[in-house]
Design a protein around this ligand. Structure first.
Ligand code: 13P
Length: 259
């Protein structure tokens, strides 16, 4: 459940799904159902190729646009990369940084993710910084240590004045796309740990304003109990964000929690 300082945020990470016209169709459906909603934040993160058309479909509704990744560099000879400035130019507000699929499949490490977080903030983009342990980590009892290292390294050098722009997302790797969800208690335990680290770095007042999302097989059936946890401030949704009939009920669960 959010404190008054934190508005719940539900973000859809479409991953490598939906071409531009499919993206427009999905966005129009979501806008039609919850486009005027103001009590929770709603963010759509389509692939780069659909950003412009999805952004246009979002129009002046209350939804916001996010990208799934960005370069740590600002411009130049980096074939295939997309800069923060390019994303701002397409009216992105958010950018997902350090998703576990980027870490595992594209070998991104905490140091690179830290550079991306800094580049996002320098360009007025709000990074959604992803953290999470693997199944091996959890089984060997090193979840706390891994999260500690990820938070400290990914947020190194970020100043307290920039903290209000940050969003974090705890996504246990073993829960992503597997149908296995962290129990609400497991999620809360890690979210509370992350909150404590944010207190250390940014001070209590600012740390209490930063949203920490949960991601990993979140769906309508489990959203309410996850969102009821004191330090779970929203969701980063993969599979269930690909259709309005599965995404909108999660948004509605967040609205009910706020209500
Ligand atoms: P699923 O909701 O498909 O488990 O994906 C979670 C995720 O990785 C969101 O970024």
């Amino acid at each position: 459940m959010p404190t008054p300082a934190r508005k719940l945020l539900i973000a859809g990470n479409w991953k490598m799904n939906k071409n531009a016209s499919e993206g427009v169709e999905l966005t129009a459906d979501i806008v039609g159902e919850v486009g005027t909603e103001t009590s929770v934040g709603i963010v759509l993160c389509p692939p780069f190729t659909a950003l412009e058309s999805v952004g246009r479909t979002i129009g002046d509704s209350n939804l916001q646009l996010g990208a799934q990744d960005m370069s740590a560099e600002s411009a130049g000879a980096y074939t295939g990369e997309v800069s923060a400035e390019m994303l701002r130019n397409l009216f992105c507000t958010f950018v997902i940084v350090g998703h576990s699929e980027r870490r595992q499949l594209f070998h991104e490490d905490d140091a690179l993710i830290n550079r991306k977080v800094r580049a996002a903030l320098a360009n007025n983009l709000r990074p959604i910084v992803c953290l999470g342990e693997t199944l091996d980590h959890r089984e060997e009892g090193s979840t706390e240590k891994i999260i500690d290292h990820q938070v400290r390294t990914c947020l190194a050098g970020i100043e307290p004045e920039q903290a209000d722009q940050l969003v974090l997302a705890y996504e246990p790797v073993w829960a992503i796309g597997t149908g296995r969800t962290a129990t609400p208690e497991m999620a809360q335990e890690v979210h509370a740990q992350i909150r404590g680290l944010l207190h250390e770095q940014f001070g209590a007042e600012r740390a209490e304003r930063i949203r920490i999302l949960y991601g990993g097989s979140m769906k309508a059936e489990n959203a309410a109990e996850l969102l009821a946890q004191p330090d779970v401030d929203g969701g980063l949704i993969g599979g269930a964000s690909l259709a309005a009939r599965t995404f909108v009920p999660i948004v509605r669960a967040a609205i009910a929690e706020t209500g």
